[in-house]
Design a binder for this molecule. Sequence first.
Ligand code: GDP
Length: 468
Amino acid sequence: PNTQYEILRRRIFSNTKEMWYFINSSLKDLKKKANGIAPELIDSINYIISMGLEHHRSLMFDIEQLEIVDGYSVWREKEAADMSNLVQDRFRYLQNPENCKTARKLVCSLNKGCGYGCQLHHAVYCFMVAYGTQRTLILKSKGWRYHKAGWEEVFKPVSDTCTSIEGDSFSNWPGHEDTQVINLPIIDSLSPRSPFLPLAIPEDLAPRLVRLHGDPIVWWVGQILKYLLRPQEKTTAMIQEAMTKMGFKRPIVGVHVRRTDKVGTEAAFHGLEEYMSHVDEYYNYLELKQVVDKRRIYLASDDPKVLLEAKKKYPHYEIIGDPSISKTASVSTRYSDSSLFGIILDIHMLSMSDYLVCTFSSQVCRVAYEIMQNYYPDASAKFRSLDDIYYYGGQNAHNVVAVWQHEPKKNGEMHFAVGDLIGVAGNHWNGFSKGRNVRTNQIGFYPTFKVKDKIQTAKFPTYSEMYK
Ligand code: GDP
């Protein structure tokens, strides 16, 4: 298919959602205003909301059908597999140099003082820089807070042939082209910054990725996770056993409720009802397409009370979740060996789900979303975040480009012209996003449908010598 067609198809899909966010949230505001002063309007507004929702579902359904009837499904599957094979081959090549004694290396310590998702993202960032600078990544993981014996007991080593940090010359980042071993700090203290950081994707892959995938950077991160998280046999067996025991079945929506230490510090509290309203809508929509025998969710949380609450409040739902979660609930035991399997399992189950409802402020759900990309040609729309849009901790500015001009109609809206760059702060899920116009420096709200993503690329090596 031509790239323009694929982009257009995805754009109509996401802007249909944006239109509904706008109308639905405006009507809900109107209802609040009518309450008390014009109660007779409430019924009319409710009627518009419920009919509007049916319109919305029907449109979404038709747009999704396009993807099925346009004849490109086989191409999408094949292109996704080809792209994945291409980069996985390059990763193996980079990570298994012929001569480890002379190979250029990048050393990354798995000792960032944060949770499991955050540490995976740390490792992914290291891998991006390794791939970009064409250095074999050496992952130092002995004494890892999640598994003292190290990464290699849980996942396959990142290299089969080259795991020693030895070399003739050493330096901390940035070092020189001919320094053999370079130590990489965490992304937050990287200086100078590298061009290979998110949201940059490899320039040589960009044209194909832009055609295939709705959010290429998520695909790119997903590919690196695919390589890094190749499980050891013991890990595979544990996951298999747990999945069988819990009875993982489709359809299933993955729900991640992040509570405890995150709430009030890094994220706001969201009640279970809010998550479940999106799950309900997912199933209402799915029922247009197929018979749903049972509404099912996989529920992951760092707070064990959430699973009990869900089972009590939603008896018509089949709720699957790891009951041993209580072991990982307190902050003191969270970063320990015993909690590692719990979080690996939860992330795996979330990523295997058909759709995710969660808060993207949590690295746990972002990791699940990234891994999910490995199971579909393009799973970029299979989520609903209650707060942030997708981001990568430490990323360079996320910019969008205006495709329509905008004149502010209400307080707080920004002005922009076609072609202006806007740095995104977040989507408010009401038809508007917040950002800063790079040209005028104005900060404000803009209608999300009036922009498109600016894809960032960097000149990563293309590894063409591996075929010689
Ligand atoms: P964030 O703090 O949510 O952005 O994600 P991190 O992964 O960096 O840190 C949160 C940590 O809390 C995780 O690594 C887990 O140890 C724990 N945690 C959070 N949510 C869950 C969950 O749903 N299941 C389990 N088992 N642990 C969780």
